[in-house]
Write a protein that binds this ligand. Structure first.
Ligand SMILES: [Mg+2]
Length: 368
């Protein structure tokens, strides 16, 4: 049986320019490098995926080379409806140098394109095609960065609540515990008790420090405590988890179902947060969802956008979409625009993954 045939792959590098400088405990972000992947078919249906890189340069170039030179020849001639066969084939080709790292960015992008094509071919959002659980997902705003000014931190959090978000995530761990407490209380005073707050330490602590700080976040009523330590220290994370009642959240830096499986078996956290680049696309997300659900655990996305909304709407144990502001979507790369009602982001009715990128946007920012 053959329904559609893949005829080509194109990877385009965009530089969307320098952004407002924001930091977490360990990293600073201010650049807009992105790879847009297109997969073409014999019926004229094109699948899209976007891979945010956060910097312009070698990483974007390597992802493009892997996509076009290594993986594309294996994909051409395949039927997008055979997504699990495609996943296995791409893995097989990448396992000599390793399927993690940027190779997984490329595999994940192709998986997203494949599912975009399937949804488009059937004329339905992919979240429905794979078996939906809901048509909307609660969203929290990732706005509590360390900015250049303290005023901006407060303003962005207040604006997100005014926009309709009912949960906000705050970065912690860059400075002292006293500074964390001050930052948390500042936002609690501004937004009131009905807005849920989560904290994210971005791997800043060792186990002792993570416990001391975790108790403080717990007392302040934080909803979850994200990435206290290096996520590869799974046993350490499990010991911490056992000593705290605040749920630990982890997973944005885990690659593929196997690392999630190890973390779940170790008892590393209660909430798992796959990232669309590292976790490996929708095919892999659905299996990660099954692994976490079978262990009685919850799942939230790392990152937002239409692809993640489609995935989370098909995942029964999903609790949150991470999102930036939905204002100014007229300038966003996606043709599909997201809508929020009562703090929840609606599954877009666009056929496919909602990942199609506007050609005007591509023309404006393309560098390669
Ligand atoms: Mg995080």
């Amino acid at each position: 049986m053959l329904i559609l045939k893949i005829t080509g792959v194109e990877a385009i590098i965009l530089n969307t320019g320098s952004k407002r400088k924001v930091s977490d405990a360990l990293h600073t972000y201010d650049a807009g490098g992105c790879v847009v992947t297109k997969v073409f078919t014999d019926e004229g249906i094109t699948g899209y995926a976007t891979t945010g890189i956060g910097r312009v340069g070698a990483t974007c170039d390597i992802v493009k080379v892997i996509l076009e030179k290594e993986l594309a020849p294996l994909l051409i001639g395949e039927d997008p409806f055979f997504s699990r066969k495609i996943r296995q084939k791409l893995w097989g080709s990448a396992d000599y140098h390793g399927v993690e790292g940027v190779a997984q960015f490329a595999i994940a992008a192709l998986d997203t394109c494949v599912w975009d094509i399937v949804g488009k071919a059937l004329g339905k959002p992919t979240g429905l095609v794979v078996g939906a659980h809901r048509d909307r997902i609660p969203a929290y705003a990732m706005v509590g960065w360390y900015y250049e000014t303290e005023k901006e931190y407060v303003d962005r959090c207040v604006e997100a609540v005014e926009e309709g978000f009912r949960a906000l995530k705050l970065k912690v761990g860059k400075y002292s515990l006293e500074d964390d407490i001050r930052r948390i209380k500042q936002i609690q005073n501004e937004v009131g008790p009905n807005i849920r707050l989560m904290v994210d330490a971005n791997q800043a602590f060792d186990e002792v420090e993570a416990l001391t700080r975790g108790k403080a976040y717990e007392e302040l009523g934080m909803y979850w405590y994200e990435e206290p330590m290096i996520p590869q220290h799974k046993e350490s994370q499990a010991r911490l988890s056992a000593k705290l009642s605040i749920p630990l959240a982890i997973g944005e830096n885990y690659y593929t179902r196997y690392e999630f499986y190890d973390a779940v078996r170790t008892g590393a956290a209660s909430i798992y947060q796959p990232d669309n680049r590292r976790a490996g696309g929708l095919t892999e997300w659905l299996d990660i969802a099954a692994i976490t659900e079978a262990a009685g655990l919850k799942l939230a996305s790392h990152g937002g956008g239409p692809a993640n909304v489609n995935a989370l709407c098909a995942i029964p144990n999903a609790i949150y979409l991470e999102s930036g502001s939905l204002k100014n979507q007229d300038n966003s790369m996606y043709v599909t625009k997201l809508k929020m009602e009562n703090g929840e982001i609606l599954l877009p009715d666009t056929p496919g993954m909602g990942t199609e990128v506007s050609e005007t946007f591509i023309a404006k920012y393309r560098i390669s």
